[in-house]
Design a protein around this ligand. Structure first.
Ligand code: SF4
Length: 376
């Protein structure tokens, strides 16, 4: 059976954070009609793809899924279970914001079937949290991680953002150390990106905020890799670090180029080399699902070359490129074309080759975008 990951988008948020360009809306008026659309869309794709698929993970992303009541999430999980074949122990993740849950609510999420919590903390520094316009303070963030443990979660990720304006190396190290004091199994560390259309972008254009340089960003990134790997967290993707056995199954499915089906506004799916995406607006999405059973706004079929490019890029950015697997799927031409460049990268210690696995070193991860642009 073909292993497939499921993503479910919950677009509702309490307010808009200044740096965020995800599709999210600040109203709870449409949550009931949205739930009906999600269920209809899940049934639609189950009928189409259920025969030869096994669901290995379900990921509730947003938006702020933890804003919803556990019963809401439970109803979706039950609907998935009724319509798809699930693997024995599927990973089921809920993105959670500190300040939206307490121990009781987390216990109820756990009872609903959630077995992995991903907490968007971003920083433990009060000034940084205020700057990012997060709804929580550091104490609430720490309490949420501890409550998650008490509620029975053994698999906890936290997200942190580095290279905030004015962030010193020491401040960032303090954030990492605070994280490492908590009972977490996974840490995602992202550099602050200036996205078009965000409030932060306008603040920068108006001269009210100054972003830090790319060189400084690279220094903080190297500090991150050194610090986390020294403490036993293995880097298994550019921005992701996990204790042994706690790599995110769902993200690995994306990076290993497995099929994924996604439901809800702005959700992207990828099945058998075809990619499609849904309407971003709840109204357009609801209307489309009611009419067609799905919320598709657009689609593309990837050429063999595009698939090869994506496969190589995703594999190298994560746990490595298996040359045998690559040859089986796409033939030898890519390897022949890039042979000399790859040998140089290995000599210069940007890549390692173990058996048939080509993998970035931490030095390589730091400049992986430049390297990937040259691999053709
Ligand atoms: S809570 Fe998350 S999804 Fe919502 S606005 Fe803030 S960063 Fe974006």
């Amino acid at each position: 059976m073909k292993e497939t990951a499921l993503y479910i988008h919950i677009p509702f948020c309490d307010h808009k954070c200044i740096y965020c360009d995800f599709y999210s809306i600040i109203t709870y008026e449409n949550t009931s009609s949205y739930l009906q659309s999600l269920k209809k869309e899940i049934s639609f794709y189950a009928e189409k793809y259920n025969d030869d698929r096994k669901i290995i993970s379900i990921y509730f992303g947003g938006g702020t899924p933890s804003f919803m009541e556990p019963e809401y999430i439970s109803e979706i999980i039950e609907h998935v279970k009724q319509n798809f074949v699930l693997a024995e122990n599927p990973e089921i993740t809920l993105e959670t914001n500190p300040g939206t849950v307490d121990k009781q609510k987390l216990e109820n999420f756990n009872r609903a079937g959630i077995n992995r919590i991903s907490i968007g903390i971003q920083s433990f520094n009060e000034d940084e949290l205020k700057f990012l316009t997060r709804i929580h303070d550091a104490q609430t963030a720490i309490k949420t991680v501890c409550d998650a443990t008490k509620a029975g979660f053994a698999n906890i990720n936290i997200d942190l953002i580095f290279n905030l304006p004015g962030q010193t190396k020491q401040k960032w190290l303090n954030n990492l150390d605070e994280a490492l004091r908590l009972p977490i199994t996974h840490l995602s560390a992202y550099s602050l990106i200036l996205e078009h259309g965000t409030i932060l972008n306008k603040m920068v254009l108006d001269g009210k905020v100054k972003m830090q340089s790319d060189d400084y960003d690279a220094e903080l990134y190297e500090i991150t890799i050194d610090h986390l790997t020294q403490k036993g967290f293995e880097q298994y993707e550019v921005s992701n670090f996990a204790l042994q056995g706690y790599e995110c199954m769902h993200n690995n499915a994306y990076w290993r180029y497995k099929d994924y089906l996604s439901f809800g506004t702005s959700a992207h799916s990828f099945v058998n080399g075809k990619r499609w995406w849904n309407f971003s607006s709840v109204k357009f999405y609801n209307d489309a699902v009611s009419k067609n059973g799905n919320g598709i706004a657009g689609e593309e079929i990837l050429t063999k070359e595009e698939m090869l490019d994506e496969y190589v890029m995703l594999a190298l950015r994560s746990s490595g490129l298996d040359m045998n697997e690559l040859e089986k799927l796409f033939g030898r031409s890519w390897l022949i074309k890039n042979q000399n460049y790859i040998s140089r990268l290995i000599e210069q210690k940007f890549l390692t080759l173990t058996s048939t696995l080509l993998k970035f070193t931490s030095k390589g991860y730091a400049v992986c975008d430049e390297i990937l642009a040259k691999l053709k």
